[in-house]
Ligand binder design. Structure first.
Ligand code: NAD
Length: 282
């Protein structure tokens, strides 16, 4: 059983991961380079816990206990006792390689190091730590407290023991794990993003209207949201970057981004965050 975890990054994902660990009885040390990010992360956690209390999903005492298990700092040295460190800092290869080398020097020799990267190679990241067998991908979904899934990604070097320990830990913090091999997009985005891209091709070809494409997938496939509305939520620039990564990573034309997707990104129509995507937002 893992009782002490380090989380690197106090942003959207880091704060969410820290929150679910703390609410399930794990001692958490959350590290960020930015004191302002730490403040924002701590407020986000406190706000989220308060909402859970008001919905009676958590008692006020459980909220207080969770907050008491959470320590936030800019000092990496405080990770020394962590049995598992989950890296959830900004998505940049150079940055993550630097952070992982830094963590590797601090943690105990039997600690597991995990990364929440969405797009970088687990095998490549594992290669910079001293025990790559104890390195694994733990891909959480946003918002972490609400989403049941954690995708575990085994790099080429990940040992069966590391996988088994992290699989058990996922259950311990109330998540349902699936396991995938290291490959662009892992399992979920590999299937989801080409499906959305295909919906953009269908729209571009005039096969059906955006409303009908989305209604078709909601009512015909029981998806909770249509692919084009989902694209607007993800951000069309993010979706384009993922499709480009697949196209180049697999070297396979079946992943080519839909020309309409490129055109919309070029126009600055990025979805909800820009006020306009496949739909208009006030
Ligand atoms: P974010 O921008 O909200 O947070 C990143 C945090 O990392 C910031 O607070 C930043 O100050 C901090 N940081 C930067 N350099 C650091 C360093 N050297 N040490 C410690 N902290 C540092 O980003 P996010 O959306 O939380 O994404 C974090 C990771 O999670 C990325 O790898 C991303 O690909 C992955 N991810 C994101 C989502 C999502 O929907 N946002 C989903 C799954 C996975």
């Amino acid at each position: 059983m893992i009782i002490g975890v380090g989380v690197i990054g106090a942003g959207t994902m880091g704060a969410g991961i820290a929150q679910i660990c703390a609410t399930t009885g794990v001692q958490v040390t959350m590290v960020d380079v930015s004191p302002a990010a730490i403040d924002r992360g701590q407020s986000a956690i406190a706000g989220s816990l308060e909402r859970l209390v008001s919905k009676e999903k958590l008692t006020a005492a459980q909220k207080a206990e969770a907050l008491a298990r959470l320590r936030a700092t800019t000092d990496y040295a405080e990770l020394a006792d962590a049995q598992l460190v989950i890296e959830a800092a900004t998505e940049s290869l150079e940055l993550k390689l630097r952070i992982l080398r830094q963590v590797d020097e601090i943690v105990a020799k039997d600690a597991i190091i995990a990364t929440n990267t969405s797009s970088l190679s687990i095998t490549q990241l594992a290669a910079v730590v001293s025990a790559p067998a104890r390195f694994i991908g733990m891909h959480f979904f946003n918002p972490v407290p609400m989403m049941a899934l954690v995708e575990l990604i085994r790099g080429l070097q990940t040992s069966d023991e590391t996988h088994a320990r992290v699989l058990a830990f996922a259950g311990q913090i109330g998540k349902t794990p699936i396991t995938a091999k290291n490959s662009p997009g892992f399992a979920v985005n590999r299937i989801l993003c080409p499906m959305i891209n295909e919906a953009v091709f269908a729209l571009q070809e005039g096969l059906a209207t955006a409303e009908d494409i989305d209604a078709g997938m909601k009512l015909g496939c029981n998806h909770p949201i249509g692919p084009l509305a989902l694209a607007d939520m993800i951000g069309l620039d993010t979706l384009l970057a993922i499709m480009q990564m697949f196209y180049e990573g697999f070297d396979d034309p079946k992943y080519r981004p839909a020309p309409l997707l490129k055109e919309m990104v070029a126009a600055g129509y990025l979805g909800r965050k820009s006020g306009r995507g496949f739909y208009a937002y006030a």
